[in-house]
Design a protein around this ligand. Structure first.
Ligand code: ADP
Ligand code: ZN
Length: 216
């Protein structure tokens, strides 16, 4: 099964995909993570995109598309991908469809997490990520447990782009460019809405219900 998890930045996509990946044995493809990896490693691509990403804008489709084909063409990940934060606009969605067809795959479901800007602002300012394993936490809503094996306080980092102003900009970018993407998948009858403002376990339970039907 291939899944798209959809929603504004800070909606909880990364948090939920972690659960989904574990339970259904999937590979998480986060273009945000792929891009941040390039930035942190200071590759030539990374240097090119640092300021674009940190200002909350979108990176060119060509760059994203080649990052995506690397994964979709890999047999190891065939029908085992959860797309997190991609596609962001119609051309990307169309390109993904072409790529999936080329490699004999398809999208089975699009989970849309619905969250308002006000809630997003609170979540973004508290977001911290473990620099060892990449797990996402929240200082206010979802701090690491005391007995956590890996994610100790000293490893937790804020993202450079996680401040309220950038959050608002990213939210607007999302609103403006992603509506056509949703329509694209609605026409294919793939979109399931999930309220993303409730607690993490309850959200996951709803998602799990949908996915179990597909896997069943
Ligand atoms: P995204 O991947 O959509 O950008 P994240 O999964 O990184 O979002 O979540 C954004 C922030 O909100 C993180 O700090 C996370 O711990 C927190 N968070 C995620 N889901 C919830 C929730 N249901 N309730 C409260 N906080 C949440
Ligand atoms: Zn960790």
């Amino acid at each position: 099964m291939n899944i798209i998890i959809f929603g504004p930045p800070g909606a909880g996509k990364g948090t939920q995909s972690e659960f989904i990946v574990k339970k259904f044995n999937l590979f998480k493809l986060s273009t945000g993570d792929l891009l941040r990896e390039e930035i942190n490693k200071e590759t030539s691509l990374g240097l090119k995109i640092t300021s674009i990403v940190n200002s909350g804008s979108l990176v060119s489709d060509d760059i994203i598309n080649s990052l995506i084909e690397n994964i979709v063409s890999n047999q190891t990940y065939k029908n085992k991908i959860i797309f997190d934060g991609y596609p962001r606009n119609l051309p990307q969605a169309e390109n993904l469809n072409k790529l999936l067809l080329k490699y004999d795959q398809r999208i089975d479901i699009v989970i849309r997490l619905k969250v308002s800007l006000n809630v997003i602002k609170k979540r973004i300012t508290g977001r911290v990520i473990c620099s060892k394993c990449g797990k996402t936490f929240n200082e206010f809503f979802n701090p690491p447990k005391d007995n956590e094996k890996c994610c100790k306080k000293e490893f937790l980092q804020k993202r450079d782009d996680d401040n309220v102003d950038v959050a608002i900009k990213r939210f607007e970018t999302y609103e403006n460019s992603t509506e056509p993407v949703l329509d694209f998948y609605k026409k294919m009858n793939l979109v399931k809405d999930v309220n993303g403002e409730i607690d993490i376990e309850s959200i996951y339970s709803k998602i799990n219900d949908y996915l179990s039907v597909i896997e069943g």
